[in-house]
Ligand binder design. Structure first.
Ligand SMILES: [Zn+2]
Length: 84
């Protein structure tokens, strides 16, 4: 169970998901204590959460490393012999 300040948990919930179920997280009140806790979409209180990759991060992870492929440039210029 992940406890903390409301603002802290709210920020966590926006960028993380339940590591066990892959469900979105919400900030909830502790069932028996005067605390804020993270609750997942399964209605459970996860001990582990994982970061949800942003579109920018997915793009970065998908980019190809720079390599010699870009150097493969075909030179199409040919001089054409013209018969006189
Ligand atoms: Zn869960």
């Amino acid at each position: 169970m992940i406890k903390g300040e409301y603002d802290y948990l709210k920020a966590l919930a926006e960028i993380n998901e339940c590591a066990e179920h892959g469900k979105p997280l919400t900030v909830a009140t502790h069932p028996s204590e005067a605390l804020w806790v993270l609750r997942c979409g399964e209605g459970e209180y996860p001990d582990t959460i994982r970061h949800i990759p942003s579109l920018t991060e997915e793009y970065k992870q998908g980019t190809l490393p720079s390599g010699p492929i870009a150097d493969n440039i075909i030179k199409g210029s040919k001089r054409r012999a013209v018969a006189m």
